[in-house]
Write a protein that binds this ligand. Structure first.
Ligand SMILES: *Cc1c(COP(=O)(O)O)cnc(C)c1O
Length: 391
């Protein structure tokens, strides 16, 4: 028997409003993102950890706590390795270091998870065209899942985006608009091209389901650790979808009876050239001001203003975590270190987590026996010279 979604409603993340998931819903009227809520008591009857062996290895194995009524628009996203980084760990004096290797996803990044979920719902709701501003990987994933769903896709990419992302958009048949500016300018260009809102806009946190795709990383990690919750998660943060999603997933898993009350300390890593969350964290603020003059070669971290800023900061606070900024050259050094010790060709965003780990070890923030998960969120193959900084 195929399990069904137990989605119940969409709750505003800031005010008391709720929305019906069977209708088109983007942001709350108050401007805040919406979060999907499920009938977890019902889901718990069939979604039992340790009893999912015969299900798909994709993220849709958690069907009860995923959105969408229909057949998923899936390319096999999720089910990525939790790689025990023994050589790298030993070189740092760590006994329990892991890399969640998201470069293994369709289109080479964890954006596949979010867009598989978002496109599944968009198709259910009768979307006729999908659109998004993107710094790269989100656009590639949207283009691929749009193609699979048979829906046309419009992408708005900054003109400095590395060439491989344009190649992917072409291969998947998306229509591309090059914008001279940042991802924020791309968002404005999309809004201008879509004045009547007839296109289905899958911008980060504007629609509620990319979070639901990315949250499955936390479910997988708990399964892969036989029910254990790691001590620390180190996450490269742009819009923060994955961090917000995983924080939500741990709460769901507790209600489902998968885990107890333990939570990992969540660490948000940003680029020194674009670190609005780190700055807000250091000031003790509950929201982040936009970062002026943003720059980093880790295009996934080039998000000067995140819609879910207050949700990211709340997760850091509630988990006892922290936020760290690292320079592009440190990321590059860490990419080489990860490649040479573990055979993983990380994206710079993935490298940033190792650079942050070093900082945290130096600061004595981590105990060397703690279990630590780094997220390599994408493949390094899409960042060719000349964007890679010299060391
Ligand atoms: C988008 C992206 C990120 C940032 O992800 P968020 O969940 O939006 O913070 C990190 N790494 C890579 C490779 C990305 O494509």
């Amino acid at each position: 028997m195929t399990p069904l979604s137990t989605i119940d409603r969409l709750d505003c993340s800031r005010c008391e409003k709720t929305y019906d998931p069977r209708r088109l819903a983007f942001l709350c009227g108050c401007g805040a993102p919406l979060l999907a809520r499920y009938r977890l008591d019902e889901a718990a009857r069939t979604l039992r950890r340790g009893a999912l062996g015969d299900r798909t290895s994709s993220m849709w194995r958690y069907r009860e706590v995923m959105p969408g009524a229909g057949e998923p628009v899936s390319l096999g996203e999720g089910g990525t390795p939790l790689h025990p980084a023994r050589r790298l760990g030993a070189s740092l004096g760590l006994t329990s270091l892991f890399i969640k290797d998201e470069s293994m996803n369709p289109t080479g990044s964890f954006k596949a998870r979010g867009l598989s979920a978002a496109v599944t719902v968009a198709r259910d709701l009768g979307a006729r065209r999908l659109a998004a501003p993107s710094a790269g990987n989100a656009g590639s994933a949207l283009a691929a899942y749009g193609a699979l769903a048979g829906l046309p896709v419009s992408l708005f990419l900054p003109s400095f985006t590395p060439a491989p992302f344009f190649e992917e958009a072409e291969v998947y048949g998306a229509q591309v608009t090059r914008v001279d500016g940042t991802i924020a300018d791309c968002g404005r260009a999309l809004a201008a091209a879509n004045p009547d809102g007839g296109w289905y806009d899958v911008s980060t946190l504007k629609e509620p389901y990319r979070i639901e795709g990315k949250k499955t990383m936390a479910y997988e990690i708990v399964e892969q650790l036989d029910g254990a919750v790691p001590d620390v998660l180190i996450y490269p943060t742009g819009g923060g979808t994955g961090l917000i999603g995983m924080w939500k997933a741990f709460a769901e898993m507790e209600t489902l009876g998968w885990i107890g009350s333990k939570r990992p300390r969540m660490v948000s890593v940003q680029a020194a050239g674009c670190a609005p969350i780190v700055r807000a964290w250091e000031r003790g603020d509950e929201a982040a001001e936009p970062w002026a003059g943003a720059s980093t070669y880790a295009s996934g971290l080039l998000v000067p203003s995140a819609r879910g800023d207050f949700l990211i900061l709340r997760a850091l606070r509630e988990s006892g975590g922290t936020a760290v900024a690292v320079a592009d050259a440190e990321m590059r050094g860490a990419v080489l270190e990860m490649g040479r010790t573990e055979g993983i060709h990380a994206a710079p965003e993935g490298g940033s987590t190792l650079a942050a780990l070093r900082r945290l070890l130096d600061a004595g923030w981590l105990d060397r026996s703690e279990s630590i998960v780094l997220f390599n969120t994408g493949t390094g193959l899409k960042y060719p010279a000349p964007v890679v900084p010299a060391l």
